[in-house]
Design a protein around this ligand. Structure first.
Ligand code: BG6
Length: 516
């Protein structure tokens, strides 16, 4: 791991991007997210010298432990999960001196009175100047109470940014349009929209941000990025893992709510949107919203929906040689569960750029491997002058692949003449790999997002109207599925690429899913 000060680019970045002094208050401090992601990300920011000069964290949770026990448990987390390891003793000392704990229930006004007192004292002692970032990392049913209580306890400054109050809300933001709207109303009762940071960790991934840079820092793609040249687009989020002990949660979600409504729609929008006028929160989010609003609505008949949206659930099988149980055998899952662990959809964006171009999305658990990518399949050359190569060209047109994870990179396949006396052609790749070009390990998604929130930059966070627009689309699927429960679950074996119906959906269009 290279030292940050050795890297002049990093130093320049650090100078530009150090936030104002502040305190981050994490509700749900005994949870997994705090341990695995949030505190390790804050520590790594500290190691990169990106934390404010005065900075504190208060963990809020029910358990009755003190500051020291909280610090000890966070140290164990950082030892295990921080990107920058081993943890440096001197740095840990400075960082952990700023870690505090406040125990209490989220519904009790006493918790907020205690918290307020603690915050005021920290402002005095540590110079955090009343600037606050509240992070809601609790079960989502607690969000409304916490937001309202923060308001009632006078912990939110709605007027202006001095001092600033910002609230980060973890996913899921609602479970349908109605609940998302109701949560937006609660949020807006206490906060301005630009104080609200709905987090989606996919937007913190380097490769997802790079979609914007790739598209809009280079002039060569834009002329090709439309229905004249693009035949169709395939977006894949394949996971080899199953639900990993989160069966109880997954039973109330399913893959559409867990992956598509949020993560997948986010990078889908970045891929499909119009160029924003600036790389700035409102401009970027306006364009993403337009994509969601232009999504062609599904027919209301569930049978017709099934031609455009295929659902699946995994049975027992093997992934990478490891035996797997079926979804219905997982802990917390009903033995006759109808919850989907796989979905494939065929979407259209009804606007000038994408008229008639199908976007095929698939997401699934217990698939053969972990791959997240966008593959843009271009139309064939309009006139075939190499008859001997026609079949090959027909089989594999030019494809531009943006690999989000793993093996992060971008590849463009094009045809090349095979050396020799004939005019045979074969596709060859032109490759960019993050690892080779940049060497250094990219920061964790949460590092970037926590930093952006402290800086007041909402570009990589989701706006309220965006969330509602995505639920408007997703609700149609959930509604159709509720009307017509699956009759063939489980319908794909763990370690395979999903149900046959997903293949057939593309075959009907004369296309096929990429073999990954
Ligand atoms: C989470 C989902 O939001 O994202 C999980 O709840 C999923 O089910 C995870 O596994 C995927 O994130 P990543 O960063 O590992 O691709």
């Amino acid at each position: 791991m290279s030292d940050p000060v050795e890297n002049p680019l990093r130093e320049g970045l650090a100078r530009e991007r150090v936030p104002q002094p502040c305190t981050m208050i994490i509700f749900g401090a005994s949870g997994d997210l705090t341990k695995r992601k949030l505190v390790p990300a804050l520590y790594s920011l500290g190691r990169d010298r990106l934390l404010p000069s005065a900075f504190s964290v208060i963990g809020v949770a029910r358990r009755d432990i003190g500051d020291e026990a909280f610090r000890q448990s966070m140290r164990e987390s950082c030892d295990k999960f921080a990107r920058r390891r081993p943890v440096e003793e001197a740095l840990w000392k400075t960082f952990s001196d700023g870690l505090f704990y406040c125990n209490g229930t989220f519904e009790s006004p006493d918790t907020y009175t205690k918290l307020k007192k603690q915050l005021d004292e920290l402002d005095e002692k540590r110079g955090t100047r009343g600037n606050r970032v509240f992070y809601l990392s609790t079960p989502p049913n607690e969000y409304p109470a916490i937001i309202s209580m923060l308001g009632q306890a006078g912990l939110i400054n709605r007027d202006g940014d001095t001092p600033f109050t910002r609230v980060i809300v973890e996913k899921p933001f609602g479970r349908d349009l109605q609940s998302a709207r109701s949560l937006n109303r609660t949020v807006h009762d206490s906060l301005r929209e630009n104080q609200t940071y709905r987090i989606d960790h996919y937007l913190g991934k380097e490769t997802v941000q790079n979609i914007l840079v790739f598209r809009f820092a280079n002039g060569i793609w834009e002329p090709l990025w439309n229905s004249k040249y693009v035949d169709h687009v395939q977006l894949t989020v394949a996971e080899a893992i199953g639900v990993e002990g989160r069966g109880g949660y997954f039973e109330s979600a399913g893959i559409v709510r867990d992956m598509v409504q949020n993560h997948m729609f986010q990078f889908f929008c970045l891929m499909a949107m119009e160029p924003p006028v600036a790389f700035e929160a409102e401009a970027v989010r306006d364009e993403k919203l337009k994509v969601l609003r232009a999504l062609r609505l599904l027919p209301s008949d569930p049978k017709l929906v099934a031609q455009n949206v295929v659902r699946g659930q995994y049975s027992a099988g093997a992934v990478g040689g490891e035996t797997r149980m079926s979804y219905r055998q997982e802990k917390g899952v009903a033995p006759d569960s109808n919850i989907e662990t796989y979905v494939a959809m065929r979407l259209f964006i009804d606007n000038w750029r994408w008229a008639g171009v199908p976007f095929y999305l698939r997401a699934g658990k217990a698939l053969p491997k972990r791959v997240t990518e966008i593959a843009i399949h271009f139309k064939r050359a309009p006139h075939a002058i190499f008859p001997s190569a026609a079949a090959e060209i027909e089989r594999q047109p030019n494809v531009l692949t943006i690999r989000i994870q793993p093996d992060e990179g971008i590849a463009l396949n094009f045809f090349s003449k095979v050396p020799g006396p004939t005019t045979d052609v074969l596709p060859v790749p032109m490759e960019f790999r993050y690892g080779t070009s940049f060497g250094a390990e990219p920061p964790e998604a949460y590092e970037r997002l926590l930093l952006d929130c402290m800086l007041g930059d909402g570009t990589l966070f989701t706006r309220g109207d965006e969330v509602e627009a995505s639920w408007t689309f997703i609700d149609q699927i959930e509604k159709a599925w509720a009307q017509s429960p699956p009759t063939d679950f489980p319908n794909y074996a763990s370690g395979t690429w999903g149900p046959d119906a997903a293949e057939q959906m593309l075959q009907r269009d004369g296309r096929a899913w990429r073999r990954l």
